[in-house]
Design a binder for this molecule. Structure first.
Ligand SMILES: [Mg+2]
Length: 119
C-alpha cells in the first residue's frame, strides 16, 4: 500500500468496508479494544519461543515478513476503526501524547536509558 495514503483515507476505506458488511453493530468501543488487544497478541505469537536472532533472521524472509505485516495491519485496522467510530483524531492524539512523553522522558535523563519515567 502506498504510504502517501492518509489516515483519513484509511478510516474512510475501513468505514466503507464495515458499512457494506453491516458490522457497525459489532463495533462498540469494548469490542474494538478487544480487537486491538487480540490482534496485538497474534503479532506477539509470531515471536513466541524465538530468540532475537531467530526473529531477525525470519524477518528477512518474505513469508514471515508478510505474516508480521498482516498482524500489524490487523492491529492498525482496529485502532483506526476505534478512532473512526468514536470521533478521535489520531494525528492529534499521537501528537499530544508524544508531547507528554517528551515531558516524561527528557533527553537529559532518558537518553540511552530503558528505565520507566517513575523508576
Ligand atoms: Mg490477525
Amino acid at each position: 500500500m502506498d504510504s502517501t495514503i492518509t489516515l483519513q483515507q484509511l478510516k474512510n476505506q475501513i468505514e466503507k468496508f464495515c458499512s457494506e458488511r453491516d458490522w457497525d453493530q459489532f463495533h462498540p468501543p469494548k469490542d474494538l479494544a478487544i480487537g486491538i488487544s487480540t490482534e496485538a497478541n497474534e503479532l506477539l505469537d509470531l515471536f513466541r519461543f524465538k530468540t532475537d536472532l531467530e526473529i531477525e533472521k525470519k524477518l528477512t524472509t518474505e513469508e514471515f515478513k508478510n505474516k508480521v505485516q498482516h498482524e500489524l495491519a490487523d492491529v492498525f485496522f482496529f485502532v483506526l476503526r476505534f478512532a473512526q467510530k468514536n470521533n478521535i483524531d489520531l494525528s492529534k492524539a499521537v501528537d499530544a501524547k508524544m508531547k507528554l512523553n517528551a515531558e516524561k522522558y527528557p533527553v537529559e535523563t532518558a537518553k540511552g536509558s530503558n528505565k520507566k519515567y517513575n523508576e
